[in-house]
Write a protein that binds this ligand. Sequence first.
Ligand code: NAD
Length: 502
Amino acid sequence: MAALSANIEKLNGYLSRFKNTGIMNRIAGEDCAGSAGVFQSISPVDKSVVCDVARGDVSDVDAAAKAAADAFPAWRDMPALERKKILLKVADAIEARAEEIALCECWDTGQTLRFMSKAALRGAENFRYFADQVTASRDGQHLQSPTLMNVTTRKPIGPVGVITPWNTPFMLSTWKIAPALAAGCTVVHKPAEDSPLTARLLVEIAEEAGLPPGVLNTVNGYGHDAGKRLTEHPAIKAIAFVGESRTGSIITKQGADTLKRMHLELGGKNPVIVFDDADLDRALDAVIFMIYSINGERCTSSSRLLIQDTIREEFETKLVERVNNIKVGHPLDPVTEIGPIVTEEHYNKVTSYFDIAKEDGATVAAGGVKVGDEGYFVRPTLFTNANNKMRIAQEEIFGPVLTSIPFSTEEEALEMANDTQYGLTGYVWTNDLTRALRFTDSLEAGMIWVNSENVRHLPTPFGGVKASGIGRDGGDWSFEFYMEQKHIGFATGQHKIMRLGA
Ligand code: NAD
């Protein structure tokens, strides 16, 4: 209790400025009101108003795109080592304000401090990692041909738009913005309307660390006006988008007229497949962690458990016991494991599946209930006696809700794992190496872990297949998106040029 009170007091200190002034947009290094007035950010912890937020619309996005276009040549042409130095300073400054970022993120989104205390550090890591790649990012290849010396080089594509969702918004924003800046692009960021606080902290921190005005601009607002304009703006050359699959499809259409390059990181209904030869204690820990951490509001969460029928009963019994033991509570209490669901709308969506599961004939083996009515809290939930055709097995619930489905053979497990519109991640638990090789080769997912939960390594490719997305982040894949390849051929002699009309 003492730690919770201390954290609330610190949070109130950090929030007081936002309570007074609200959150402004940040364009060309200036605070700007929103042309469409303000909207309010609501905390899911107690449904109180966090603060007013500038509501940007078309004219604000236009101003931000102009600022990004004006700042682009100088940022693009800045010597790589200087750009690297600035990005490293941003990383240091993020770390210095890690507590403020974590507390604000928890209050704004309902995520628990247990997980968000690391989110700022991961954000700093993103800046540091891509800063280290800056000097080599434009290097190309030398491809000799009989008459030409061919070289390739890479150039930043131009000002880009970054559109982010409300789940772990700080970490996700840095995951997109850091490589864009490292590549030499300038950015207009449209954060999710439900989580504006840490996006404001990011632009503020970056500018204080030396990022020139206009290199990163933040426009708050709704997707259907501010977000839409960003995807349509002719000065914006690419859109890095993280959000729902349905939105990914809409923005692809919106960007068509200006031939926008799109990178889409979308939804998932990821399977974790547990075979009876696996290390079942470790598998149990990982299954629980990958759906109930981060409130289950995690694109890579394993929301479908495919469990071999020979071990189903024993595994589910242990699962129920552990799930019932998970601590739901105030996100700033260090012992809390699950906080409230981000918004009323999303809470209604998540809780609607409690009835859908019963209507479909599944069993609510744990949870399936709301907790109090002060905020948007739910008990972590486990559905059993389910099959893969049910809505609880096919639709992305995006909350602390797991659907357990039995299988008997490897073929059946693979068929069910792939029988979904999504293909973001998959997790396979087996001690049979040949089976692991065979299974992962046929599993339709962009990222797969064997005998492990999701452990991110920044140089590896991140992204999904099918309705889970298009494109990859991470390592050099990020630079491929934010940069254009250029080929230049130099004649090495007097090769014969065909003479027409001679
Ligand atoms: P969302 O698609 O509703 O919103 C995401 C962002 O898009 C917000 O900033 C929103 O304002 C904006 N937007 C909405 N309509 C728009 C439009 N017409 N034009 C431009 N912008 C528009 O998603 P959400 O509910 O905020 O986030 C949850 C979703 O994000 C889940 O589906 C989750 O799986 C997905 N997600 C995916 C990844 C990944 O890496 N694949 C990571 C995190 C979250």
